[in-house]
Design a protein around this ligand. Structure first.
Ligand code: UTP
Length: 223
């Protein structure tokens, strides 16, 4: 199966630790034996820190986004180094390049593309572009809850959600650089039009990425 895995920067860069990248690399190599894998890496804390500095300089949101994109590409490069020669040694800056690089039978890893969305959208567009069957979005939460699990003990994990329901839920979220929550609007629109199965899982344990292929886990977003 052709699979796009989006790994949040909040997972890979929870702290600066080579093991986080190497543990992910191990799982990705295993998956690569049976599947064709594309990876999109997020920005996490370093992206938000840099964006904060640039915003304080009075720069526009698009410039802030551009700085975030640069950080996602550095993070992608680190994962590429951890994967060694099973990964393609270049970071695609657009979807056509990603498809071209994949012709070498190597794992393609990319970060962001252009301003005004997050790497969630990059993963969805990439999946549509390369004809992937599944997007696994590894985040720092277990999935979507009916209410904030940090505030309410009785918050329940939602196993399945439609794109229309999800759009309503996130309609109040911010769309500023570094603040695209849970999953961004562009990603939801792409999931809706492409119908590509998308699962949001807790990526703090890399094994969950493997589980997401074979068993129900996290929140499934249905078109
Ligand atoms: P992320 O997708 O990582 O957002 O991109 P995030 O909210 O930090 O998510 P986690 O923590 O990795 O899960 C970081 C920032 O880079 C810019 C946005 O400003 C985003 O918030 N970006 C990223 C873009 O503008 N375009 C892209 O294609 C990707």
């Amino acid at each position: 199966m052709r699979i796009v895995i989006a790994i949040g920067g909040s997972i890979l860069l929870k702290e600066y630790d080579n093991k986080r990248f190497e543990n992910y690399a191990k799982i990705i190599k295993e998956l690569n034996n049976d599947h064709e894998i594309f990876i999109v890496v997020g920005g996490g804390r370093p992206a938000r820190d840099y964006i904060g500095v640039v915003r304080d300089m009075g720069e526009s949101e698009s410039i802030c986004d551009e700085i975030g994109i640069q950080v996602t590409r550095i993070n992608a490069r680190l994962l590429q180094l951890a994967l060694k020669d099973v990964s393609y040694p270049g970071i695609p800056t657009n979807f056509q390049e990603a498809l071209e690089y994949s012709a070498c039978d190597k794992i393609v890893i990319m970060g962001g593309t252009e301003p005004a969305h997050s790497t969630d959208a990059v993963a969805s567009i990439l999946a549509e572009y390369v004809g992937a069957e599944l997007v696994i979005n590894a985040t720092s939460v277990d999935g979507l809850y009916d209410k904030d699990p940090n505030k309410f003990d009785d918050a329940k994990l939602i196993n399945e959600v439609s794109t229309d329901e999800l759009m309503e839920i996130i309609s109040t979220n911010e769309t500023k650089a570094g603040t695209y929550e849970f999953i961004d609007r562009t990603a939801i629109q792409i999931i809706k039009r492409s119908g590509i199965k998308t699962v949001v899982i807790n990526g703090n344990a890399p094994e969950n990425v493997k589980k997401a292929i074979t068993e129900p886990i996290g929140t499934l977003i249905k078109s």
